[in-house]
Design a protein around this ligand. Structure first.
Ligand SMILES: *Cc1c(COP(=O)(O)O)cnc(C)c1O
Length: 388
């Protein structure tokens, strides 16, 4: 592609990678190829497109775009983040072992523990802030290490390069869930990981109007296997959703800058606030892994968790219910600010004892800081906390 190379800056890649004017009309924006099938001129003579589960040009543009952003040779997109994780796990066989962070996204845990365990895969969930714990969990049949950094909602980090050092000599693949940071701030493949995973539902789309997932890799054999599974198992995204995500990634750079800027300001306010006991944000010097956050990523992102008052459910409820500009909702990464009560929403299936042992109190609240005027967000946060 002439308009963008691997050396182009990430804002340029966000707008141009994987995309070129439509060959039929010159349309600058990638058309939504809303078709299931393609006409063949004569027997065996077609344009390389036969059936849309296998080939869709809107999807291909998105895949090229996401691969460009992560610095990957290949990209594949799926109907949801979990559909992408599912395809990844389908590369393994009965008896294979996976090491996974214990504070990983609840749906990832559920897929591994409730579905794939039943099919004869073996999982060990470890404290992934400790590379030693990851190394100790590896067995002769370990084929994959799956880490999410930072985690949700405790914002714990895993040292990606250090995990790669443990995994490479053993021939174990490293997969990083890069949903929270996005390639704008963190590029796992450059740190040696084999696969960058995304729930593109979040920041990559950025507008809370579709569900999707992606796997980005530069490993030829793995990509072939994943591409086969994308078609064979069929969890492909629709062209309209691909279009929406492409529209979203164009502004990834400016959105992430603003999410980060706004979140840094709100995290600093929360840290000083007398109604707040604890703040979890990698950008704060008080975060136990702040140095790693600075080394591994070029920003801290828009996600903040905090413990209001005494950490009780009552304290959490009071503050949660008072928000006016922040919308009370699950999910994250859109332009609008959201507030979530993980214990009753996203993490309701995590046993209370397990939550408490990680410092995840009943009243903990999580903010997905949007790109509104920070003065308005600040005023809403302060009035919500004023209720305590
Ligand atoms: C949302 C999310 C997922 C799952 O993605 P879906 O698109 O909801 O299937 C996985 N990992 C993280 C970190 C997420 O936030």
């Amino acid at each position: 592609m002439a308009n963008v190379t691997s050396k182009s800056g990430i804002s340029t890649k966000a707008i141009h990678a994987g995309q070129h004017p439509d060959p039929t009309t010159g349309a600058v924006m990638t058309p939504i190829y809303q078709t299931s099938t393609y006409a063949q001129e004569s027997l065996g003579n077609h344009k390389g497109f036969e059936y849309a589960r296998t080939h869709n040009a809107t999807r291909a543009a998105l895949e090229g775009n996401l691969a460009g952003l992560e610095g990957a040779k290949y990209g594949l997109s799926f109907g949801s983040g979990l559909a992408a994780t599912n395809a990844l796990i389908q590369t393994l066989s009965t008896g294979d072992h996976v090491v996974c962070g214990q504070n990983t996204y609840g749906g990832t845990y559920r897929l591994f523990d409730k579905v794939w365990k039943r099919h004869g895969l073996d999982f060990t969930f470890v404290d992934a802030t400790s590379v030693d714990a990851i190394a100790a969990a590896c067995k002769p049949n370990t084929k994959m290490i799956f880490v999410e950094t930072p985690t949700n909602p405790l914002m714990q980090l895993t040292d990606i390069a250090a995990v790669v050092k443990v995994a490479k000599p053993k021939g174990i693949r490293v997969v990083v869930d890069n949903t929270f940071m996005t390639p704008y701030f963190q590029r796992p493949l450059e740190l040696g990981a084999d696969v960058a995973f995304h729930s593109v539902t979040k920041y990559l789309n950025g507008h809370s109007d579709m569900i999707g997932g992606a796997l980005l890799t530069s490993d030829d054999a793995l990509h072939e296997q994943l591409r086969f599974l994308q078609n064979a198992a069929g969890a492909v995204p629709g062209p309209m959703d691909c279009f929406l995500c492409l529209r979203g990634t164009k502004t990834l750079a400016v959105r992430m800058q603003r999410h980060d800027e706004n979140a840094r300001e709100l995290a600093a306010i929360l840290e000083k606030h007398k109604a707040v006991t604890r703040v979890f944000y990698p950008g704060l010097a008080s975060h136990p892994q702040h140095e790693l956050a600075k080394r591994q990523a070029s920003g801290f992102g828009g996600m903040i968790s905090f413990i209001p008052g005494d950490g009780s459910l009552e304290a959490g409820r009071k503050v949660f219910n008072r928000f006016q500009l922040f919308t009370r909702a699950e999910s994250l990464g859109g332009v609008e600010s959201l507030v979530c009560h993980p214990a009753s929403m996203t993490h309701a299936s995590v046993p209370r004892e397990h939550r408490l042992s990680m410092g995840f109190e009943d009243g903990l609240l999580r903010l997905s800081v949007g790109i509104e005027d920070v003065a308005d967000l600040r005023a809403d946060l302060e009035q919500a906390l004023g209720g305590l």
